[in-house]
Write a protein that binds this ligand. Structure first.
Ligand SMILES: [Fe+2]
Ligand SMILES: [Fe+2]
Ligand SMILES: [Fe+2]
Length: 279
């Protein structure tokens, strides 16, 4: 029975994951307008859903899936994207309704009902954005730039997406409360990096490609920390190298700022590892 609920929650989680990336792709492509901000706020609500689902599942003895559900990223205009988002929400609504029927556990049902009410509200929001985008002619600001600067930014995006997933996974699986909290904080910070890099790339006429590479799924705290520290050290060096190679001042500033954060993460995680080794 428990396995059954874990399976359902993982399906829900995969749907949230897809919605987050779909909406962020849209928000970044639209630049700095009001609608982009509102879409980003919806993506943040989906992140909270993902978080609640993952915690509930871990409470039942499961492990969160890192598979992304199906996205609808096609569409020729922003209005079309928004209609795709309405469909995405409709699928989510149907799935939550089905899972609410299937789950007997009151606490889990309550959680799914709570999320369902958000999805209904999102569906209305996207319906409204579709009309508004049509009337106001909101545009896709992405270009086709593919030079070295664009490649560096997309490399960063790929890295940041990977570590967001990795740190979330580690935070859900960690038994040590302090490690759990630090990992979660760090995931939020990496999410911020993902946003900065994506916005910078669109601003420079490129197209963010939000895909990730392999995620470390260690279950033991010391193993997680070692994998994370190695990654942080590698990318800090890579951001540093890329910053040194570019003549673009804005890009350089951004890469150095992120490099500093990654260095900070590596130090912080190293302290946690030392503490873990002593315990
Ligand atoms: Fe959601
Ligand atoms: Fe939603
Ligand atoms: Fe980062």
């Amino acid at each position: 029975m428990k396995e059954n609920i874990i399976g359902l929650l993982n399906k829900d989680l995969e749907g949230e994951h897809a919605a987050i990336i779909q909406y962020l792709t849209h928000a970044y492509a639209m630049g700095e307008g009001e609608m982009a901000c509102e879409i980003e706020a919806i993506a943040r609500e989906e992140m909270r859903h993902l978080d609640w689902l993952a915690e509930a599942m871990v409470g039942l003895g499961g492990a969160p899936s890192l598979t992304r559900g199906e996205m609808r990223t096609g569409g020729q205009s922003v209005a079309h994207w928004m209609r795709n988002n309405v469909l995405q929400e409709q699928d989510a609504i149907a799935m939550y309704q089905e899972h609410i029927q299937a789950v007997a556990d009151t606490r889990i049902r309550r959680l799914l009902e709570r999320i369902l009410s958000d999805e209904k509200s999102h569906r209305g929001d996207f319906d409204h954005f579709a009309d508004k985008a049509q009337k106001q002619g909101v545009k896709d600001l992405r270009g086709s730039r593919r030079d070295k600067a664009a490649r560096t930014l997309n490399w960063g995006i790929e890295h940041e997406y990977t570590v967001v997933l990795q740190y979330l996974f580690h935070s859900y699986m960690a038994s040590n409360e302090q490690v759990k909290k630090e990992m979660e904080d760090q995931a939020v910070n990496e999410m911020q990096h993902l946003g900065w890099l994506s916005e910078e790339l669109v601003d420079k006429g490129g197209r963010p490609r939000i895909e990730h590479t392999e995620v470390d799924k260690s279950r033991k705290t010391a193993d997680m920390l070692r994998a994370d520290i190695r990654l942080e050290q590698e990318v800090a060096a890579e951001y540093d190298r890329a910053a040194g190679e570019t003549k673009d001042q804005d890009l350089r500033q951004l890469l150095l700022r992120i490099r500093d954060h990654e260095g900070y993460h590596a130090d912080l995680l190293s302290d946690l590892l030392k503490k873990e080794a002593r315990s």
